[in-house]
Design a protein around this ligand. Structure first.
Ligand code: P5A
Length: 472
């Protein structure tokens, strides 16, 4: 059976269900169940992020899920932005609560009252922490598994307090580095986009987003990094004494990634047979399929077990000794994105070779059995590189660079992302373009600058590339 990827929405839903990643039938809208196979992918993905954050001096913590209304309300812009999306706990047993409790929609207002207690002097800074938890948002837009959920169950949020604006900028760069390394390892290409003021995180003074492009040409915001300056530290009294004995408000930043990382991993790399996973994130990296012929069962199974024992030391390997026929086994493991399949049949055993199939390009090769370990290491590396390269080619194909409003309009109905030069008043001119097309203005590309070009709206010298897309 094939899963045609041309109709991406359908493909996505079918693959999530058939590969047993999540089950969307849980009886609360926007909340879903991670099944064992999906949970294993999630574990490898969050594992990488933990590693990268730990390496850069961030420490893992765990805050309570409930936030008193008195805290959630403290920063005016924040509550204005999130107020409509909050789930409230109003009863404890049968008694109404004195202070309503919010299921955290994000944890700034849970953490800052504690920051205010922990931070006393400049020696307490920088403070850099993160947690991987569930947050709850009563999303009113169409919910979609992993992409827009009401319980975001893989919410990685990093929160930092710094002494100065420069240190906060430096922290923004450090997290940039973490996220770049993370997406590169997952093989997910991205645009780094500064959002316009109306699209910033509620309470932030600058928001940088990572946007990837899904197969249907829609962008998916897969990470954000917010410079919060001193607004929250003033609201929550996050104050430190500097070297000269002066009381100063800390500068705060926050940074988030969710299960959209897994939506992107699935959506960007998958094909008509289902998942295609880079070996590092695959719950099963190698599957061994014995090709049994009557009378040869014993020698085939003996060899399969021997190979399994050799590989299990260094690989997540599965020996599929079920009763299904080999064709069904191939189908089952291809759907689950297993990067490498080893077939073992009587003739191969006689010739001391193994037949190896790659999931990424479906090619088969034969290798001498005694070179197996070396070849597998090489192959895993090649598969990873090929998956990344393919994703990048596809990503580039989906970006159209336009030089004029006319050119923008010509691409407006296509499943692509449009980039075009804008002047220093990029918010105003970017919005003017948005008003004339169906795609949304996402902001400016931080990694690509026009040279010698003119703003497509006002004709002034261009300083940035604006980005317009249909977005999830
Ligand atoms: C940064 C972390 C924050 O909440 N506070 C702590 C800041 N930013 S954010 O932009 O609102 O969210 C961070 C990222 O989470 C993803 N995301 C979602 N994923 C799935 N379902 C949702 N309903 C959802 N809402 C946000 C986005 O990738 C976002 O960039």
């Amino acid at each position: 059976m094939e899963f045609p990827k041309e109709n991406f929405s359908e493909w996505y839903q079918e693959v999530l269900a058939s590969a047993e990643i999540v089950d969307n039938r849980y009886p609360v809208k926007g909340m879903l169940v991670w099944r064992p196979f999906g949970f294993a992918i999630r574990k490898h993905v969050t594992g990488l992020l933990r590693e990268l954050l730990d390496e850069t001096g961030h420490q893992e913590v765990l805050f309570p899920t409930l936030i008193p209304e008195t805290s959630l309300d403290k920063e005016a812009e924040h509550i204005k932005g999130f107020g409509g999306e909050v789930y409230w706990v109003t009863y404890g047993g049968k008694s109404p609560l004195d202070v309503k409790l919010a299921l955290r929609p994000t944890s700034e207002t849970a953490m800052y009252p504690m920051f205010s207690l922990w931070i006393r002097s400049h020696a307490d800074l920088p403070l850099k922490i993160y947690q991987i938890v569930s947050v709850f948002r009563y999303e009113t837009k169409h919910t979609r598994p992993l992409i827009r959920v009401r319980e975001v169950s893989t919410f990685k949020e990093a929160h930092c307090a710094l002494r100065t604006e420069e240190e906060a900028e430096e922290e923004m760069k450090i997290i940039d580095g973490v996220y770049k390394a993370f997406w590169t390892e997952l093989g997910i290409p991205f645009l780094r986009v500064q959002r316009p003021s109306w699209d910033k995180f509620a309470g932030a003074d600058k928001t940088i987003a990572f946007d990837t492009i899904m197969p249907n040409g829609r962008t998916l915001q897969i990470a954000t990094s917010h410079r919060l300056s001193q607004k929250f530290s003033k609201a929550f009294n996050v104050v430190y004494e500097d070297e000269n004995g002066e009381q100063k408000y800390a500068y705060l930043t926050s940074h988030g990634v969710s299960e959209r990382a897994i939506a992107a991993l699935i959506g960007v790399h998958g094909d008509n047979r289902g998942l295609v996973l880079p070996p590092e994130f695959a719950p099963v990296q190698i599957v061994i399929v014995p090709i049994i012929f009557k009378g040869k069962e014993d020698i085939v199974m003996k060899k399969a077990k021997e190979i399994y024992d050799k590989l299990v030391v260094n690989w997540r390997v599965k020996l599929d000794d079920s009763d299904s026929n080999p064709g069904d086994k191939f189908y089952y493991w291809e759907l689950r994105g297993v990067p490498i399949r080893i077939e073992i049949g009587p003739r191969d055993i006689q010739n001391k070779v193994l037949t190896i199939s790659r999931r990424d390009n479906l090619e088969k090769v034969q290798i001498p059995e005694d070179r197996l370990l070396d070849e597998l290491n090489k192959l895993a590396e090649e598969i990873h590189e090929n998956i990344k390269k393919r994703a990048m080619q596809e990503f580039k194909r989906k970006i159209v660079v336009a030089k004029s409003l006319d050119e923008i309009k010509k691409s407006d109905n296509k499943p692509v992302v449009i980039k075009a030069p804008l002047c220093e008043d990029w918010e105003e001119c970017g919005k003017k373009v948005e008003d004339q097309i169906s795609k949304e203005f996402r902001g400016i590309d931080l990694d690509d600058k026009p040279e010698g070009e003119k703003c497509v709206v006002c004709g002034k010298p261009a300083k940035y590339y604006g980005v317009w897309s249909n977005a999830y």
